[in-house]
Ligand binder design. Structure first.
Ligand code: PEP
Ligand code: MG
Length: 873
């Protein structure tokens, strides 16, 4: 028979997978001989069984629960539902990874009409006993039976008003009996049955509710944000109650062994005298700092500090502890490695190394790579953030804290920015033409789009805060206002965006500059010593490139050349090129673009100081460049000596039903080789000139996008090679260069052995590879993916975290096939996934040479690459 239930004394700290974090630590503390109210853990496997078993707890599991309960009764010398000395328990969730506040808890379980009298007698405090019962009815009804808490609050308020008292604490035992009677009546009204009096039934219902809460919407969301698999399930801990609300010699609190926001090595916490756990959290009374306990109850304080130190020493990490004092006797209810800010995490890790408690490797392993984001962007003032209520939320597409005035067009955003205002650009969706307005903005909010939509990619590249895909916004761009969460925001009004959580606030929340402390640098050095993957960056401008180098980038893995054409003085020229009717006219137009493109490349080479640079040739469908408004069309027609109608007709002819699968990528160079020629010339001339001027040993890497066939690559490569050789001869240079391809079409993965015969490197474009393999658009998937998460079809956004099961197979296959014909093939990834820690671990495992990500994710990637080594030793 499987073992579904463990007494605390039967478990250990390393049984987290089975007992959950809380259960495993309660077991460990029991073994350490610490004062823990005893109890038992129903395992995560029982939770999985519950879900597999049509959401019922099997008789076998129930049997083991009651056996454990009898054991607990004996050990406590109390009985469930007893009229003399009833056993009361708490029922609390506890998953493998801590998910604070996401799941449910029930306290004081075991009380009923009879037991409450026994409890009153035993404690000699009937007010306390009835108060515990009314709290239990309220909590059980809310958590287990899903009757709204507010209905009970209303009853309580009415009675308080009738009795002329202000606080719950002022109600007498008799008043509370009244409250209980009305609560039970309310329960009957809502449920059509009486409040369950049988403690065994209460217990099974409560355990069921905790299992059920594993799948509540906020838990699903939390798992998605933190990469926690949905099939782990939660354990349930049933623990004898101790009471912090038995008078002035009792209390309850929460403490950390070090400061969780700064990392300072000093106890940090608070407690309330005469209170139960939820009172501390609810913030009705202001708790005392933990140091005050030294004055209130010196012996308890000393004992508390002794155990706190012992726990930190034992777990060798900062602990987050819950404790209760019942009539001067101290109990620990929980300990876990405390959640902390990134700054605190770095300080604590470095301090623990200096204190000789952990190794550098352990320190590197401990930091949540994603959390480093917090250190790289300005952040909201924490107190202001806590006090504010969001009006809505959407995808946290690019981290950061942004506050400014709302504008609805890129031009207006830019104009007001130029006048010295902080602006937030709010758009239905952004287009490449918005780039300047986006750049001028503190933050970007879009109604449509996912994590790899244009707005998100560009914003991350620029390090600009972006919240995207907020479908709840009703936007009226003409009348210049939007509504969200019952608020109407007009042009010029202030809003604040939290790009790390996706939350949207009204008003101008204050921010504080990011400070990168010395610990950050120290830990990054340790990570660099460990990792084997190189980390490059996706950068399109010299500024982005320089920024990325500051963060430790070792090269550019993707320079998207099309972004260079969107600014004001260049777009007319590319439009001219597109509208040209002959090769000669097109070449003439391209000739005008060379100086710009070459200038950009020179700037980038200089910023990279000889580090490798991969330049990706023109990729988007041409219609993205053509004018859409009347004025621009007129101007272009004038410029080219065409009629407005002729220009419109050409623009219309570029229309495609499915542009993402249309005339883009290397297909542009196949139909217009002169584009590839112009780009090659610019790449090579720039490289040779910078090499000659600065002495950097530059080897440009020219990358052809969207290849699906060897001959297609060869065709474009021949154009590139011919032009490059010509330029080299003209300059009399000895420069080397490489030609490679993006792997972003499933067919390219299948035939990677052939394609590798024409490529010196592969870079996985996992944005397109994901789009093409799943068969849904990277710009539109946001519209339906939410239903996929809530229905547990997908657990995470496949555009943010590589789908290792599916797309991963293609990547691995292409890597192996590619190297089978070209053993020295250099392999990298440059899709958005290149900055995602779990994807980075995958890339390490399949033997890629580097990952490439936006500048602000470079430190994250450096750390994740080191963690990949440590996790796979
Ligand atoms: C990709 O497809 O993953 C990629 C990096 O190219 P882009 O995002 O520019 O299409
Ligand atoms: Mg692509």
């Amino acid at each position: 028979m499987a073992k579904w239930v463990y007494l605390f004394k039967e478990g250990k700290a390393d049984m987290k997978n089975l007992l959950g974090g809380k259960g495993a630590n309660l077991a460990e503390m029991t073994n350490l001989g610490l004062p823990i109210p005893q109890g038992f853990t129903v395992t995560t496997e029982a939770c999985t069984d519950y879900y597999n078993n049509n959401k019922t707890i099997s008789d076998e599991i129930k049997g083991q629960i009651f056996d454990a309960l009898r054991n607990l009764e004996e050990q406590q010398g109390k009985k469930f539902g007893d009229t003399e000395n009833p056993l009361l328990v708490s029922v609390r969730s506890g998953a493998r990874a801590s998910m604070p506040g996401m799941m449910d808890t029930i306290l004081n379980l075991g009380l009923n009409d009879v037991a409450v009298e026994g409890f009153a007698k035993k404690t000699g405090n009937s007010r306390f006993a009835y108060d515990s019962y009314r709290r239990f009815i309220q909590m059980f009804s809310d958590v287990v039976m899903e009757i709204s808490k507010s209905k009970f609050e209303r009853v309580l308020d009415e009675i308080k008003e009738k009795k002329g008292v202000h606080y719950d604490n002022d109600l007498t035992a008799e008043d509370l009996k009244d409250v209980i009677a009305q609560f039970k009546a309310l329960y009957r009204e809502e449920k059509g049955t009486d409040f369950p009096q049988e403690p065994a039934e209460q217990l099974i219902e409560a355990i069921t509710a905790v299992f059920r809460s594993w799948d509540n919407p906020r838990a699903i969301y939390y798992r998605r944000m933190n990469d926690i698999p949905g099939d782990w399930g939660t354990a349930v801990n049933v623990q004898a109650m101790v009471f912090g609300n038995m008078g002035d010699t009792s209390g309850t609190g929460v403490a950390f062994t070090r400061n969780p926001s700064t990392g300072e090595a000093k106890i940090y916490g608070e407690y309330l005298i005469n209170a139960q756990g939820e009172d501390v959290v609810a913030g009705i009374r202001t708790p005392q700092p933990i140091t005050r306990l030294h004055e209130d109850m010196p012996e308890v304080y000393d004992e508390f500090m002794r155990i706190a130190n012992l726990l930190e020493e034992h777990y060798k990490d900062m602990q987050d502890m819950e404790f209760t004092i019942e009539d001067k006797k101290l109990y620990f209810l929980q300990t876990r490695n405390g959640k902390r800010t990134a700054a605190a995490a770095l300080k604590i890790a470095c301090d623990l190394v200096d204190e000789g408690k952990i190794t550098k490797e352990e320190a590197v392993k401990r930091i949540d790579a994603k959390s480093l984001d917090q250190l790289l962007h300005p952040a909201f003032d924490q107190a202001a953030l806590k006090a504010a209520t969001p009006i809505g939320s959407a995808l946290p597409a690019s981290p950061g804290a942004a506050a400014g005035r709302v504008y609805f067009t890129a031009d207006e955003a830019k104009e007001h920015h130029d006048q010295g205002e902080r602006v937030i650009l709010v758009r239905l969706e952004t287009s490449p033409e918005d780039i300047e307005g986006m750049h001028a903005s503190e933050g970007i909010l879009t109604v449509r789009g996912g994590m790899t939509s244009h707005a998100a990619v560009v914003a991350r590249g620029m390090g600009t805060c972006c919240v995207s895909g907020c479908g709840e916004i009703k936007i009226n761009e003409e009348a210049k206002y939007f509504t969200l969460g019952g608020e109407t925001i007009k042009e010029g009004d202030y809003i604040s965006l939290d790009g790390s959580t996706g939350k949207i606030y009204v008003g101008d929340l204050p921010t504080e500059e990011a400070t990168i402390s010395g610990n950050f640098d120290r830990l990054m050095q340790w990570a660099d010593e460990i990792r084997t993957l190189k980390v490059r960056t996706n950068a399109d401008t010299p500024e982005d490139a320089a920024n990325a180098v500051k963060f430790g980038a070792e090269g550019i893995g993707l320079c998207r050349t099309e972004h260079m054409f969107f600014n004001e003085d260049r777009i007319p020229k590319i439009r001219k090129m597109i509208l040209s009717k002959t090769v000669e006219a097109r070449e003439a137009a391209l000739e005008e673009l060379i100086p710009f493109q070459k200038g950009d490349f020179k700037g980038i080479y200089e910023a990279m100081e000889g580090r490798p640079v991969t330049i990706r040739f023109l990729d988007p469908p041409l219609h993205e460049f053509v004018p859409t408004n009347e004025e621009d069309i007129k101007e272009l027609a004038n410029d080219m000596g065409l009629t407005v109608e002729e220009v419109k007709a050409t623009c219309d002819s570029l229309h495609e039903f499915n542009p993402m699968m249309g005339h883009r990528g290397c297909r542009l160079a196949v139909t217009y080789p002169e584009i590839a020629k112009m780009q090659t010339r610019a790449v090579m001339e720039a490289a040779i000139e910078v090499k000659n001027e600065k002495g950097y040993d530059i080897v440009p890497e020219i990358m052809i996008p969207l290849v699906g066939e060897k001959r297609e690559l060869k065709f474009v490569k021949d154009v590139v090679v011919e032009t490059a050789e010509k330029v080299i001869a003209e300059y009399g240079s000895d420069i080397k260069y490489m030609v490679g391809t993006m792997i972003e079409i499933p067919r390219a993965c299948l035939l990677a052995n052939e394609i590798a015969e024409e490529a010196e490197f592969f870079s996985f474009g996992t944005n397109d590879l994901t789009q093409m393999t799943f068969g849904f658009s990277r710009d539109d998937a946001g519209k339906f993916l939410d239903s996929y998460y809530s229905n547990k079809i997908y657990e995470s956004d496949p555009f943010a975290r590589l789908d290792q099961e599916g797309i991963g197979q293609l990547v691995q296959m292409a890597a192996e096939k590619g190297r089978s014909t070209s053993p020295n093939l250099k392999l990298g990834i440059c899709g958005e996934h290149g900055g995602d820690p779990s994807t980075i671990e995958f890339c390490h495992k399949v033997g890629l040479n580097y990952v490439s990500c936006s500048p602000y994710r470079v430190p994250i990637a450096r750390l994740a690459a080191a963690q990949a080594v440590l996790n796979n030793k």
